[in-house]
Design a protein around this ligand. Structure first.
Ligand SMILES: Cc1ncc(COP(=O)(O)O)c(C=O)c1O
Length: 424
């Protein structure tokens, strides 16, 4: 089936008890066991099935099946937020004393998690420029557990060369985990380009209506964890947290996801609420339509801003002349460059803040991926906790204004931006 069809039909089963054609919201905590044997088998993971809504729930399962189908993964685990997804994806295979290599172009919250929070727990993130994939190889050592990058980095938009980094990852025997929040599976299926694991803030475009938080981890099942058991002891050695279970031996291609659900999710508890899973599944049904409109609108906005006298330069993949445009076209399928547009307004912080305050139709919010157009000044908000040197290296200048272009009529979007720029 094609993407649009899968987005509507995958994972969909009529509810057996009511015949409901849409997966209902299973707003419950526990599930009745048929026998003591079944209960015991479910706890030991000798049988898959519902136990308790922290680890799984039919409405959440439905959303997970849909995400796995759209990304061509072997499965998915849905979580409470994108931050939970990123944190668990890393912590599932990294412990104190380990490190991982990551692109420095990341959403500010993820950057802070990697730079400061993980550090306090003994996990080191090594930041590199992803433009040269060999930087990942240079930064690694025998304690490196994974490579990480954002497919369409928020907010610099320097597209990640997935295939080239995946080649290095394969060569050195570590998995490549990518955050595909800003491109979404409608534009890019990273597994097709060689990524092993894909994470999402589904709070953004997947939900699409700014009404619920969610995160997802999708696994391709392609990474061979047993090729180097000494590098990945957490997933290969007997795990005392579940009767000495050996994840890879028992679950093969599903090992990473089963472990994530049975340890990270069970023990940290960042589960997705059934109501939010329902909203996410609904959002997915229109994802490709919305992304098409987001992309055509954003391109028009970028072209308008490019010639505006108050704007120093515009950051948008179609306008780049450093190979980003071609990379976006290869990975996102033709004339699609996403909904995020960055503009470096002349006049630094003062001018940047002025534009954001002067917008009338745009929402001034710390969010992206909604049907509405939105704007924010990252240097004083989302990226303010990043040291200014690091912030500038990530391309966030003082006058940078991040726009996330919605699906309104493009003339209305441009009219609002025009009047706000006139206020500087
Ligand atoms: C690329 C990216 N990853 C992860 C996150 C975190 O997601 P959430 O806000 O759902 O926790 C965000 C949030 O903006 C993001 O933009």
């Amino acid at each position: 089936m094609h993407f649009e069809t899968k987005a509507i039909h995958s994972g969909q089963k009529c509810d057996p008890s009511s015949g409901s054609a849409i997966t209902p919201i299973h707003q419950n905590v526990s599930f009745q066991f048929e026998s003591a044997e079944q209960a015991s088998n479910r706890f030991s993971l000798d049988e898959f099935g519902q136990i308790y809504s922290r680890m799984g729930n039919p409405t959440v399962d439905h959303f997970e099946e849909r995400m796995a189908a759209l990304d061509d993964g072997v499965g998915a685990v849905a979580l409470a937020s994108g931050m939970t997804a990123v944190a668990y994806a890393v912590m599932n295979i990294c412990k104190a004393g380990d490190n991982f290599v990551t692109s420095r172009n990341l959403y500010g919250g993820v950057s802070n998690l990697f730079m400061n929070i993980f550090k306090d727990y003994g996990i080191e993130a090594r930041f590199v420029d992803h433009e040269d994939p060999e930087n990942f190889r240079r930064a690694m050592d025998d304690k490196t557990k994974l490579f990480f990058g954002e497919v369409l980095p928020n907010p610099r938009l320097n597209v990640l060369p997935i295939e080239d980094i995946a080649k290095v990852a394969k060569d050195v025997g570590v998995p490549l985990i990518v955050d595909n929040t800003c491109a979404t599976p409608a534009l890019c299926r990273p597994i097709e380009h060689g990524a092993d694991i894909v994470v999402y803030s589904a709070t953004k475009y997947i939900g699409g209506h700014a009404n619920a938080m969610a995160g997802v981890v999708v696994d391709s099942g392609n990474f061979d964890w047993s090729q180097n058991p000494d590098r990945f002891p957490m997933i290969n050695q007997p795990d005392p947290s579940l009767h000495g279970i050996e994840w890879v031996k028992k679950f093969d291609k599903l090992a990473y996801l089963v472990k994530l659900r049975a340890t990270m999710l069970r023990d940290f508890g960042g589960c997705l609420a059934p109501m939010n899973a329902y909203l996410m599944s609904q959002g997915l049904e229109t994802l490709s339509l919305r992304m098409e409109k987001h992309c055509t609108n954003a391109k028009k906005v970028a072209e308008f801003l490019q010639n505006h006298p108050k704007v120093g330069h515009v950051i948008y993949p179609s306008l780049a002349n450093d190979g980003t445009k071609e990379l976006a076209e290869k990975q996102f399928g033709g004339d699609h460059y996403g909904a995020l547009v960055g503009m470096d307004v002349k006049g630094g912080t003062v001018a940047g803040k002025k534009v954001v305050e002067s917008l009338k139709m745009f929402y001034h919010v710390a969010h992206i991926g909604d049907v509405r157009s939105m704007a924010i000044h990252p240097a004083s908000t989302t990226h303010s906790q990043i040291p200014s040197q690091e912030r500038l290296k990530a391309g966030i200048t003082d006058g940078y204004v991040r726009l996330c272009i919605g699906i309104e009529h493009p003339d209305d979007i441009i009219a609002d931006l025009s009047q706000a720029l006139d206020k500087i």
